[in-house]
Design a protein around this ligand. Structure first.
Ligand code: PMP
Length: 364
């Protein structure tokens, strides 16, 4: 069976060599005679897997010694609650940029536990740009950004300067797609299902001084202290996802690390945006300076809503027929979206652009 180019926003493509290695090791991991899926999380083999996963993430992301690295569950969505619960604990207020659907969710959850201040919003123009920061509070317990807005297709290309206030970023859809300076952040977090592994594990990176803010008496599973003290093994971790995450880290090293991945990602994005900017039929609704290298929403210029929806449907149907799948846009944005994470090969993007040219000629 020929594999497709999967443009899904997540879960999304994994490197083929990783899937092959996992297949080779499916029935017996090393000499263990069992699959990682079946293995005790307290076994020597799994302890080595999780230790390697951590040390490879540390190496690939160049994470300084004064940070904890955790593999948790509950997705980025649980972090929307755990972050304020653990860290919005001094002045009980935090600042947020309001840049899309996931930022909205982060704000909604934080507002249940304290004051969530919006200090810049791009809602007025359908989230198509990144707002200037206005009225940031020097007394805020932290400042939260959504580094890459998966649905709307914007991305911070420079890290906002928030002074002494700890900066927290949701890097779910950008993690390890570039050489990010971890030392600029107090906390980073990412659901795995885009650039790291299958769904089920959440990578959380916490600067050690932040641990002092965590109140006593939190439910054990909701306290980062529990997970740090137990090295992500307070309860049964998502073992198989962590194992694949480890294989993906090895693949990242083989590619030349995040610097090389960034180069490849920038080239894929350049090809797609260049086509969109020159097309008379399709266009990108996102302001040029903040376009995401990972998620590329695009629309057609057809103004009539019904006709436009019919064209979108036709586009999605025809691309699926040639093995370019999951190109329908998010329901809140409409149109189409191509998610081109680390594991999307250059050939996938080239095949998409080739098809778009043909589709434009046939339908314009
Ligand atoms: N934040 C961002 C930026 C996302 O893209 C997503 C998922 N698409 C989430 C948070 C939610 O992640 P999860 O489904 O892992 O809870």
């Amino acid at each position: 069976m020929k594999r497709v180019f999967n443009f899904s926003a997540g879960p999304s493509m994994l490197p083929e060599s990783v899937l092959k290695k996992a297949a080779d090791e499916m029935l017996s991991y090393g000499t263990s005679g069992q699959s990682v899926m079946e293995m005790s999380h307290r076994s020597k083999d799994f302890e080595a897997i999780i230790a390697d996963a951590e040390s490879l993430v540390r190496k690939n992301m160049n994470i300084p010694e004064n940070y904890h690295v955790l593999f948790l569950q509950g997705g980025a969505s649980l972090m929307f609650h755990m972050l304020p619960l653990n860290f919005m604990t001094i002045n009980k207020k935090a600042d947020f940029t309001y840049t899309g659907a996931w930022a909205v969710k982060a704000v909604e959850e934080a507002a249940k536990l304290g004051k969530a201040n919006i200090v810049g919003s791009s809602k007025d123009k359908k989230w198509s740009y990144l707002p200037e920061i206005v009225g940031a509070d020097a007394e805020a317990d932290y400042f939260h950004i959504t580094y890459n807005n998966t649905i709307e297709g914007t991305q911070y290309h420079t890290i906002p300067n928030v002074g002494k206030v700890p900066l927290i970023a949701d890097i779910s859809s950008g993690v390890l797609s570039e050489d990010l300076d971890v030392s600029k952040f107090a906390v980073l977090y990412a659901g795995a299902q885009k650039n790291l592994a299958p769904a089920g594990v959440t990578l959380v990176i916490i600067r050690k001084d932040m641990m002092d803010r965590i109140p006593e008496g939190l439910p054990a599973m909701l306290s980062f202290k529990t997970h740090v003290e137990n090295k992500s093994m307070f309860n049964t971790p998502p073992c198989y996802s962590i194992y694949i995450l480890k294989l993906v880290q090895e693949w990242i090293q083989d590619q030349g690390g995040p610097v090389a991945l960034y180069k490849a990602n920038a080239e894929k994005a350049r090809i797609l945006y260049e086509f969109l900017d020159n097309s008379k039929f399709f266009y990108s609704p996102v302001e040029k300076s903040v376009r995401s290298l990972m998620n590329v929403p695009f629309l057609t210029r057809e103004a009539d809503v019904e006709k436009s929806e019919a064209i979108n449907k036709k586009f999605v149907k025809e691309t699926e027929a040639i093995g370019l799948v999951n190109l329908a846009g998010h329901r809140s944005v409409g149109g189409m979206r191509a998610s081109i994470y680390n594991a999307m090969p250059l050939e996938g993007v080239k095949a998409l652009v080739d098809f778009m040219k043909k589709f434009e000629a046939a339908n314009a």
